[in-house]
Design a protein around this ligand. Structure first.
Ligand code: AMP
Length: 467
């Protein structure tokens, strides 16, 4: 397994006890599309058999009424997979289904396991045959190979062996099981609709199907939902919580409530307010990089009292099917996605707000666009998160350390590279002051403080990676 293969951020959704389980799962995945666009799948159970359908592409393109009809039953789970280099193949799309001595099971997993490679090697030595390169499959084999007791004990045995981030759904013929890693890295919430239980990566998926939010699945919790109702256990422990702070900054949808009822939009707006406090500059206009910079730009404008407007317009229909002409017109680049509104920008001192800089290529193109196409007099870049200096090993698709511009270059060097008049990031202290109970968050991408350690060889691999 190539190291790159492990970077995956995903969305999961599950239903127990609803006659339209697969239709609801389809809608849930539709609302979670932002968490993964590479492929999607649904596995439903009619009480006797599991029925699976999965494909590459977007949820709405994959599932038709006809295809959903072939997924009957009262229980279902679904998964959206994030696009990642090198592993863009159907076999890595989830749910993963397996048949073994105790029946069939399907799993849908969001997050990265840090010891998947080691576990996989051991399992293969014992004769396990893997269908995919996804680390999630390790969990299936661990359950199948466990020699301990009943099914639940096997699941507990399996999830005790894996380390890292996992918000996990397991479907059996007659029950749905949700497990969240003890660090609480990725979000997972429980809701209710029409007497049925639903579980979703984010609450925006509950809203779409008019489900009532009940609570988060707790870090370290294993929740069984079956004919006996809910049965919650707490088999997993960790020395601390480490919920992903980047879910607030970029990944989750602004209308979602994650990590204990915190509204993502609210946090992002506050980050913008704090950013304005920390990095004021005289200007005529505040504009966001849509869509990711919108809430923070609103907060920035509110605090600085500099007017807000949409100076960049985003084409929402840009997909992976776009074909760039090979001849004559070259390098549409970011213009495919964004276009400046010259009428608003011409001759103005513009503050442009985005949520993050990863490689720096987007910011560079945007500054150029605001100057050239937009006619802006000055461009001041403001970023509503601290510099990203560390790759994520727990599920956010960030590139290697060398590719993260802020891991090598100072802010002033980055400013020169992106050709902005000024560039300011939010401070880490500022960020921690906004999110609730900051000690409970993983901030490794901003401070290299990795809360979940890596085993043996992977550690060496990671250190190589860090150089
Ligand atoms: P870059 O051009 O590499 O600096 O990318 C920065 C842009 O990517 C910003 O507009 C962010 O909103 C966005 N971004 C940040 N993190 C991610 C991620 N994990 N996946 C996709 N886009 C991201």
């Amino acid at each position: 397994m190539k190291f790159h293969d492990i970077h995956e951020e995903c969305g999961v959704f599950g239903v127990y006890g609803h006659p339209e389980a697969s239709n609801l799962t389809y809608l849930g995945l539709y609302a979670l599309q932002h968490r993964g666009q590479e492929g999607a799948g649904i596995c439903a159970s009619d009480g006797k058999h599991l029925h699976l359908d999965k494909s590459m592409g977007l949820v709405a393109d994959i599932f038709s009424e006809k295809r959903l009809k072939k997924l009957p039953g009262h229980l279902a789970i679904g998964h959206n997979r994030y696009s990642t280099a090198g592993s863009s193949v159907l076999k890595n799309v989830q749910p993963i289904v397996a048949n073994f001595a105790l029946g069939s099971l399907a799993i849908a997993h969001n997050g990265n396991l840090v010891n998947a490679a080691e576990l996989r090697e051991e399992l293969e030595k014992e004769g396990a045959i893997f269908q995919s390169t996804s680390d999630s499959e390790v969990i299936v084999h661990l359950i199948a190979h466990s020699k301990i007791g009943d099914f639940y004990e096997r699941v507990i045995d399996a999830v005790k062996q894996v380390r890292g981030a996992f918000s996990l759904l397991i479907l059996r013929e007659n029950e749905l099981i949700a497990v969240r890693d003890p660090y609480g890295v990725r979000p997972l919430s429980l809701g209710r609709v029409d007497g049925a239980y639903v579980i979703a990566s984010e609450t925006c998926a509950l809203d779409l199907i008019s489900a009532e939010y009940i609570r988060d699945i707790e870090p370290g919790e294993l929740l069984i939902i079956n004919e006996h109702g809910l049965n919650s256990m707490k088999p997993l422990n960790a020395p601390r919580l480490a919920s992903c702070i980047f879910e607030f900054i970029y990944f989750s949808r602004p209308d979602s409530y994650i990590f204990g009822r915190q509204n993502v939009n609210d946090i992002r707006k506050k980050l913008g307010v704090q950013l304005a406090k920390e990095s004021h500059v005289d200007a005529d206009l505040v504009i966001p990089v849509p869509d990711s910079g919108v809430p923070a730009a609103l907060g920035f404008s509110e605090e600085s009292r500099i007017p807000f407007d949409f100076g960049l317009i985003r084409n929402h229909y840009v997909g992976r099917t776009f074909i760039e002409p090979k001849q004559n017109i070259r390098h549409f680049g970011v213009k495919i996605k964004l276009n400046p509104v010259r009428k608003l920008l011409e001759g103005k001192r513009v503050i442009v707000v985005d949520d993050s800089i990863v490689r720096g290529t987007t910011s560079k193109k945007i500054v150029k666009m605001l100057h050239e196409g937009g006619g802006a007099k000055e461009v001041h870049m403001r970023i509503s998160s601290p510099p990203i200096i560390g790759p994520c090993f727990y599920g956010i698709d960030t590139p290697t350390r060398q590719e993260l511009i802020a891991s090598t270059y100072k802010t002033e060097e980055i400013r020169k590279y992106i050709t902005a008049d000024t560039l300011e990031y939010l401070s880490l202290e500022g960020l921690k002051g906004i999110v609730p109970e900051s000690h409970n968050f993983c901030t490794a991408c901003f401070d290299n403080n990795y809360p979940i350690s890596f085993p043996g060889e992977r550690l060496a691999q990671m250190e190589l990676f860090l150089k």
